[in-house]
Design a protein around this ligand. Structure first.
Ligand code: MG
Length: 250
C-alpha cells in the first residue's frame, strides 16, 4: 500500500532526512586512505545518536552496522569492518538512514578515496547524474516507470549497466514502503506518482554487466564480473510543485 503524507508529516520526515544527509556528509569527510570502514560506521552511528535519532539500518533484518559501506565491486550492503582499510583509488559507497519523530530518511553517495582513475570518476559522475535524471521524472501524474526509464536511458547511453536485482522504494514511517522504484523501466508504466508520496530513488550502476550476487555473509552484494559499481540515493517527496529532495545536509 502506498502511503501519502500530509504536509505536517513531510515536515517531520524532513528532520529524519536532514540528519541522514548530515551523517552521510560526515562519512564522506572521513573517507581517506588508511581509514577502516568500521571507523566510518562509528562516525555515522555517533553522529545520528547525538542528534537523538536512531540509525535505521542497525539491526534492520539483522544488519550489524549503522551504515552500509561498499567498496569498488561491492554494489551495496557492504558490512563495515576493522579489517577493511581504504586505499587510494577506492570508490566507497556509503548508504545511511536515520529514524526520528516516527520517520526515516535514507540516502547514499559514492565517495572517491584520494585520487581515483578517470574511469572510476566517470562512473561516479554518471551515476550521480542518473539519480538527478530520475528525480526530474518524479512528477505527480507520471509513473514509476518514467523514473526508471530516465535513470536507465542516461546510464546506458554511457555504456553502463543498471542493476536489476535491487531497487528504490517508498520511505516514511517504515524504511521500505511501497512502491518499488526500479532504476529501469518503461515510460508510462507502473504505479502512478501522487503528491504526498515519499520515495527513495537509488541508482546502482556498474561499469560492466548488471548481474550481481550476494556473498556468504548474506549481505555483501558484488558485481559478478568484478566491475566497479556506484550508488547514489536521495529520499524525495512528490509535491504539486514537483519533486523535492529531502535528504539535504545543513
Ligand atoms: Mg534505500
Amino acid at each position: 500500500m502506498v502511503v501519502l503524507k500530509t504536509k505536517r508529516e513531510l515536515d517531520l520526515m524532513r528532520e529524519a532526512c536532514r540528519i541522514s544527509a548530515n551523517a552521510l556528509k560526515e562519512a564522506g569527510k572521513a573517507v581517506e586512505p588508511g581509514v577502516s570502514t568500521k571507523e566510518i560506521d562509528d562516525i555515522v552511528r555517533k553522529y545520528i545518536q547525538k542528534q537523538g535519532a536512531t540509525p535505521s539500518f542497525l539491526g534492520y533484518g539483522g544488519f550489524p552496522a549503522s551504515a552500509c559501506i561498499s567498496v569498488n565491486d561491492v554494489v551495496i550492503h557492504g558490512i563495515p569492518s576493522k579489517k577493511q582499510i581504504l586505499k587510494k583509488g577506492d570508490i566507497v559507497s556509503v548508504d545511511v538512514g536515520a529514524f526520528i519523530g516516527g520517520y526515516h530518511g535514507d540516502n547514499a553517495y559514492t565517495f572517491a578515496c584520494g585520487d581515483i582513475s578517470k574511469e572510476a570518476q566517470a562512473l561516479l559522475d554518471a551515476t550521480k547524474e542518473s539519480l538527478y535524471e530520475g528525480i526530474k521524472a518524479a512528477i505527480a501524474g507520471n509513473r514509476v516507470g518514467d523514473i526508471g526509464n530516465a535513470v536507465q536511458t542516461y546510464a546506458e547511453a554511457r555504456n553502463y549497466s543498471v542493476v536489476r536485482d535491487f531497487v528504490g522504494h517508498g520511505v516514511g514511517a517504515k524504511l521500505h514502503e511501497d512502491p518499488s522504484v526500479p532504476n529501469y523501466g518503461t515510460p508510462g508504466r507502473g504505479v502512478r506518482l501522487l503528491p504526498g508520496m515519499t520515495i527513495a530513488i537509488e541508482p546502482m550502476i556498474t561499469a560492466g554487466k548488471y548481474d550481481v550476487k550476494v556473498l556468504d555473509d548474506d549481505w555483501t552484494t558484488v558485481t559478478v564480473d568484478g566491475s566497479l559499481a556506484a550508488h547514489f540515493e536521495h529520499s524525495i517527496a512528490i509535491t504539486p510543485d514537483g519533486p523535492v529532495i529531502m535528504t539535504i545536509p545543513d
